[in-house]
Design a protein around this ligand. Sequence first.
Ligand code: MN
Length: 129
Amino acid sequence: MLARILYIEDNLLNMRLVRKILVSMGYAMLEAMDGTSGLQLAAQEMPDLILVDINLPDIDGLEVVKRLKEDHRLMNIPAVALTSNAMHGDRERCLAAGFDSYLAKPVARVELKNTIEHFLKPNHAHVAV
Ligand code: MN
């Protein structure tokens, strides 16, 4: 069975870039463009991993992860922050908010792949060689 990854992102170019990478790696992707609908989709679909942009139009990614980690059904799903705020202390801020990992944008394929495989068993995906 394909592992399913939810990406909460309001920027269409970033969404497209990550979609391209995930599909090429054999993952199924779920997409939400704001925090509220992302949380709803997470609760409905129970994805295997969640990628979260920090700057979202409604609640920010830090609030999204806080709510994920407060929900006993969702708290064990790995949550990875994707942010362009590569400022000092940003990584610590994301981890303190509850994220399991952090990636700076623009995200490189190999970094995204390594991070996902750290949390998901590699045989979870149909890897297209
Ligand atoms: Mn954004």
